[in-house]
Ligand binder design. Sequence first.
Ligand code: NOJ
Length: 560
Amino acid sequence: MWWKNSIIYEIFPRSFKDSNGDGIGDIQGIISKLDYLKDLGVDAIWLCPVYPSPNNDSGYDVSDYYDIWDELGTMEDIEKLIVEMHKRDMKLIMELVANHTSDEHEWFIESRKSKDNPYRDYYIWRPGKDGKEPNNWLSAKLGGSVWTYDDNTDEYYLHLYSSKQPDLNWENLKVRQEVYNIMRFWFDKGVDGFRMDVINKIAKAPGLPDVERKEGDKRKYLPCEEYYENYPKVHDYLKEMNREVLSKYENKLAMGQTSGVTPEQAYLYTGEDRGELNLFLQFEHIDIDRGSNNKKLPFNALEFKKSLAKWQTAMDGKLWNTLFFGSHDTSRPVSHYGNDKKYRVESAKMLATILFTLKGTPIIYQGEEIGMTNVRFESIEDYRDIRTHNVYRERYLEGGEKLEDVMQDIWELSRDNARTPMQWDDSENAGFTKGKPWIKPNPNYKEINVQKSLDDSNSILHYYKEIIKLRKSNEVLLYGDFRLIFEDDPNIFAYFRELNKKKVLVITNFSDKDIEINLSREIRKIDNFKLLISNYEVNEANIESIKLKPFEARVYEFGV
Ligand code: NOJ
């Protein structure tokens, strides 16, 4: 199970590295940076969708699962990527977007033609009810109804995401077999695993019932997650997928995106005796300050650490977690949880300290290793993300909220924060492209870029390399149990990891203030200890009482 001691690096290909000057990152660009990633300590790349797509949702609307999007490269390029990665002992994880396709996929083009088309039942079609949508479900991420009317056959089709992403009908065995064939095709090409997009949403409640309306609730459409998220039937499908495909191959990873899971549900997906998936992605810590319709709520560091700690203890012995603070769907962690101005370097290193010392498989999102920050485009025209434009339309243009408030939330939460071009050097367009980039780079690329980070021994990048090496060489960090200390302290996130009488202590200051803490209750005087890594110079010989600087992080080993 190589994924347990691997470091995964997520690549959003359009924004990573452009090799041919068309302004769009591509597979050849990724190949040219493999040595950089290997040197960082990366073992596996999770590659966001590279299949042909009308680009309604950055490739999460696939129109052909057996080909490569010409903007990103060719089939030869991906084959070369696989060879080059395997040469370097790295693994490739591709995306399986199987809850929905693009409406321009040939299955859907056929499906919408007539009620008796052989592909009709590949999707979820229903007649309207009293001249309205078949039910009152709300599209959780995009707002509005989950149904779109198609006058060709006078019926509606269901889409949990945009109307250009119709949901597949997993009740149809033929659909499931199509998905299994896609998996076999890529496994046979040498791909080492899949990240399965919203895989916990493939099973919908039979009959697609209306959500019951509470008295006085005037909303037209209502939140309805319980009817499609982690719906029990999903486990039958995943068991079948495992039997039909995964179990027939060796060493292939199935990493499911499973929002809204409890630890018990995560176990149902990934418990070793369950025969379903291997890893899950859960979002509890990411969602704590995201309200409905992308409203930014105040960040509460105590809640954040309690959530992380909860998952650490819930996992003990039973589950294997993934660890991440950022992705192509979030803002930049250093801006969100740290301080991207005065303490950018310190707070990015503090976050890295947590990421690489908790139990689970760490995932770095591109650019995090150099402390890339959120961007602030003044005009909505400069944003590319469909979700950002929806927020703008629904809350400002249609909803009448104040423009400043809506823009403030967009600056803090837009997915484009993570999608500005990777900052390679201080040349024009951050060294990302020689052409016109599809999305503007963050203007701070002259200061924050890979080249500068490589040249500076005190950079975030060097800290990443060092702590990754430390994690890989330290069994306690990999497999040790987790024990939270200073549980109710809102500023300190500190914990022990313990394995076979060996202990590692991680102490981080999650605030921009100096804080003094007393550890005498936690450590015995006779304990031998050694500092393994820290993001400030540490001079104290005694660690019973220590003064932590803003965003300071230290890792000690005991019993040496
Ligand atoms: C989850 C992906 O991470 C996100 O980027 C995408 O918009 C939705 N799934 C729909 O595929």
